[in-house]
Design a protein around this ligand. Structure first.
Ligand code: URP
Ligand code: ZN
Ligand code: ZN
Length: 479
């Protein structure tokens, strides 16, 4: 057997095990795993390091067009560099849907943008307007192009859908073998609180958190699960920020409902107090759901350990602080309602989760791999090609120094955004090299990959989105 690249001397980690092994790579795939492989082709020395599957970040907003005509600043090129710098080799990002417009041209525009990527990528379709045309023609066409997951929002203007529309999306997903992900916050409750806060002059970034307390997330999580349960349709709850919402997922899982939970590093490290920093600085930490009190971090860890929350993504969102597309686009006195939501975190995801999780003894390294690579790959139909180290899988790897201590700076993030919310955070554990399909694309922070070398990951039919239950009484409301 001949190899293009041999990764030698490392401890190979999967979601199941950590073993000493060399990895032989040919044609971009893993073709051998053995104690001692001959040093053929290029050799990458992994002595003293752990070799993990490249990260799969199943929730990234990249170069995303918005309804107001702006496009997120993070391009596919800069996002790819950021992904590689942080040990991530595959991302799933979002095709928007603009109400009253067909999806087709937006999809064509978006996939043209994505052709510049270096990271491998798949798409979720955001569904804001499930008309008959969309459900009967556009979503089936997208599925035929390998887009097998939809995101719906239960809040945000102009994205939110009501319960009847949500049921239509679930029904379409059931018919098409697609997987639905849900942003769970109560639209009317947030508007109610926002109007009253603003009327009293409570406009600063910190009031963003006041406008969307845990109960609005808990209520929407409960409702999203209940309606999915009605149709027996598997779903994932996105960006769970608090124990109240996680508890809804735990109770549903205990009933046998097919529901998965995602959380993000911001809900393990940031707090509502960050949004109360002097001046307008708090805007740098504004995302939805909002970061909570510090006591929430340990609660979220409990739900990670008990496998209620199965996936940790970045929810990377490309808004700088300065500039005409940034957080302060409407000035530093802008009310919180007018500040774009979302924070960058693509490169920081793995180091923060490793440090807070593995280095601090909250999870072990196989759990870390499951949360950041294997589970998202399985949930979204990318496994076994992505998310694991196995014969036949794409040779996507990250060589990890488990002891290296690093103080995070924005420069290390290699993104197009002018800040990181994690500036100054000290982490233990760091990616020293990233390999994408057998090519070394990052070494010691230096990224080298050709624009356009990323591959589109079309997703075919897979078992996970299949409904679990027959309808009660034999009555099929979809029939
Ligand atoms: O605040 C956030 N999370 N912005 C990104 C869009 C979303 O809801 O995922
Ligand atoms: Zn969301
Ligand atoms: Zn998001």
């Amino acid at each position: 057997m001949t190899f293009d690249l041999v990764v030698r001397g490392g401890t190979v980690v999967t979601a199941a095990d950590a073993v000493r092994a060399d990895i032989g790579i040919a044609g971009g795939r893993i073709v051998a795993l053995a104690e001692n492989l001959p040093a053929e082709g290029e050799v990458l020395d992994a002595g003293g390091l752990h070799v993990l599957p490249g990260g799969v970040d199943s929730h990234c907003h990249i170069e995303q067009p918005e309804a107001d005509g702006t496009v997120h600043e993070e391009s596919f090129v800069t996002a790819s560099a950021s992904a590689f710098a942080g040990g991530t080799t595959s991302v799933i990002c979002f095709i928007p849907q603009f109400r009253g417009h067909p999806i087709g041209p937006t999809f064509d525009d978006y996939r043209l943008r994505a052709r510049k990527a270096m990271v491998d990528y798949a798409f979720h379709q955001i569904v804001t307007d499930p008309t008959e045309e969309v459900v009967e023609k556009e979503l089936p066409a997208l599925v035929a192009h390998g887009v097998r997951s939809f995101k719906v929002f239960l809040t945000y203007d102009p994205l939110h859908i009501d319960d009847a529309q949500y049921l239509r999306v679930l029904t379409a997903a059931r018919r098409l073998g697609a997987f639905v992900t849900v942003h769970c916050e109560n639209y009317h409750a947030i508007n109610f609180l926002t109007e009253r806060l603003l009327a009293r002059g409570m406009t600063a970034p910190k009031y963003h958190a006041w406008s969307r307390p845990p109960v609005v997330e808990r209520e929407a999580t409960h409702r999203a699960i209940a309606l999915a349960e009605l149709l027996g349709q598997p779903i994932q709850i996105f960006h769970v920020s608090c124990a109240e919402a996680a508890e809804e997922i735990a109770r549903a899982k205990a009933r046998g409902v097919a529901v998965w939970g995602e959380t993000c590093p911001q809900y393990l490290t940031l707090t509502a107090a960050d949004m109360d920093r002097p001046g307008f600085e708090g805007a740098k930490f504004m995302c939805s759901p909002a970061p909570r009190g510090p006591e929430e971090h340990e609660r979220i860890w409990r739900y990670i350990r008990s496998r209620v929350l199965d996936v940790v993504t970045s929810d990377h969102c490309g808004f700088s602080y300065e500039g005409d597309r940034g957080k302060a686009r409407h000035g530093r006195a802008a009310p919180f309602r007018d500040v774009p939501n979302g924070i960058p975190g693509l490169a920081a995801r793995l180091p923060i989760l490793f440090s807070e999780g593995v280095a601090k003894g909250r999870i072990d390294i196989t759990d870390f791999v499951a949360l950041t690579a294997t589970n998202p790959a399985r949930l979204f139909g990318l496994a076994p090609r992505k998310g694991t180290i196995a014969i036949g899988a794409d040779a996507d790897l990250v060589l990890w120094d488990t002891t290296k201590r690093v103080r995070l700076t924005n420069e290390m993030m290699r993104h197009a955004i002018d800040y990181t919310p994690y500036e100054g955070l000290e982490v233990t554990g760091w990616p020293v090299a990233t390999v994408r399909r057998g090519e070394v694309v990052m070494r010691e922070g230096s990224v080298q990959a050709e624009a356009g070398s990323g591959r589109y990951l079309a997703r075919g039919p897979y078992a996970l989105p299949k409904p679990l239950i027959p309808f009660p009484n034999g009555f099929d409301p979809l029939g």
